[in-house]
Design a protein around this ligand. Structure first.
Ligand code: NAP
Length: 348
């Protein structure tokens, strides 16, 4: 279903992809040879989406982990046409290189591939932080290579080569943060690539990106990591009750707090200033709500919760989440036996 959406956005024709699996393919690839470094959730999704949409003619993937490279080979053609042993080997002759490793490793990967990039190639990444990644990678970008940092604002709590899927970016935003003076044709090409993957594309400065993402993504993750840790400490007191009654809001925090530890360690280390700034504002607001509660100021609480409910509805209205109750989770059938109604009469 999501796949249909992916191709409706891009102007496509149909093509047979194996027994019984008709899918739609793009008219012309934007990229002749795509290299993806890092075969995890995001790199794996970029590679799969480039294959499924036809955005790239050839996709070569590499990863520092031998197990990950082995797994990509096993998954085969839906993931990559070729698996390279090293990053330097992967980028050879590539028109677009996408670095999809934790943000703390982006500079090191840029150093490894620097001498092997093709003149005229586009070098990009998918890191969740932009200012530090741009700063770490820029010194290794050779003259004649177009460096355009990017961040697809899409993900799940899973990681590794099996976590990715082609539809991850459909109807999600991809933010480009090109520096001034970047070749507009290269920006257009990268934009067209992400649009073929189903994404909507917007450009902004790396600093603005980091501030926006600090409040929309990084701070919520910090809160989730904190609250799940706090509940775990309480769990020792109340034994299994924290797990047993986790169907409340806590369950949604546990999903976010299951996100990859390496990735999130790097995000908080590399977007420290923006997250600390947002955290300061958050603490002030929390203090205001705490005071309202202590003083029994129901109007203040009601007004605040009404405002936040409107924000949630706005997110649903612009298609960034499902309107289905409980995030669309399946709840299973009712028990077969009627639920006991102790006070009902026989003819009720
Ligand atoms: P992931 O599933 O853990 O994948 C990262 C992969 O990169 C791992 O296989 C890792 O191998 C490999 N790697 C690490 N260092 C490397 C190096 N120096 N050279 C080659 N490969 C290397 O992580 P992910 O979620 O895809 O995140 C990748 C990037 O996407 C991060 O920068 C993150 O900020 C960004 N991002 C993530 C999300 C999300 O929701 N997860 C959303 C948007 C953007 P090992 O496991 O052996 O270290």
């Amino acid at each position: 279903m999501q796949h249909d959406v992916m191709h409706r956005r891009t102007g496509t024709h149909k093509q047979q992809m194996g027994p019984g699996h008709e899918t739609e393919m793009a008219d012309a690839p934007v990229i002749s040879r795509l290299a993806v470094i890092g075969a995890g959730l995001i790199g794996g999704s970029v590679a799969r989406a480039a294959k499924a949409s036809g955005a790239a003619k050839t996709v070569v993937v590499t990863d520092s982990s031998p197990e990950a490279r082995k797994r990509v080979r096993e998954i085969g053609g839906n993931f990559a046409d070729e698996v390279a042993e090293t990053s330097a080997e992967a980028v050879k002759d590539a028109d677009l290189v996408v670095i999809a490793v934790p943000v703390g490793a982006c500079g090191e990967v840029a150093r490894e591939i620097s001498d092997h990039l093709k003149p005229g190639a586009i070098l990009s990444d998918v890191g969740s932080v932009k200012t530090s990644v741009a700063r770490d990678m820029a010194p290794f970008v050779p003259k004649g290579v177009h460096f355009i940092p990017a961040h697809p604002v899409a993900g799940t709590e899973n990681s590794g080569p099996d976590a990715g899927f082609a539809e991850l970016f459909v109807n999600r935003w991809c933010i480009l943060t090109p520096v001034e003076g970047t070749d507009p044709a290269a920006i257009e090409k990268l934009k067209a690539f992400w649009e073929m993957l189903g994404a909507r594309v917007e450009a902004m400065t790396p600093e603005h990106h980091d501030l926006v993402l600090a409040i929309t993504s990084h701070l919520p993750h910090l809160i989730a990591y904190t609250i799940v840790g706090t509940a775990d400490e309480l769990g020792e007191v109340t034994e299994s009750e924290v797990l047993k009654f986790s169907a409340g809001g806590f369950r949604d925090f546990t999903r976010i707090a299951a996100s990859d530890p390496t990735m999130w360690r790097d995000v908080f280390l590399h977007n420290k200033d923006a997250v600390l700034e947002m955290l300061g504002t958050f603490m002030e607001d929390l203090t205001r709500l705490t005071r309202a509660m202590r003083r029994g100021d129901g109007d203040a609480l009601f007004e605040h919760f009404t405002r936040t409910r409107a924000i949630r509805r706005g997110i649903v209205n612009i298609g960034q989440d499902s309107a289905a109750p409980d995030f669309g989770r399946q709840h299973g059938p009712l028990p077969i036996a009627p639920i006991a109604r102790p006070y009902a009469s026989d003819d009720d």
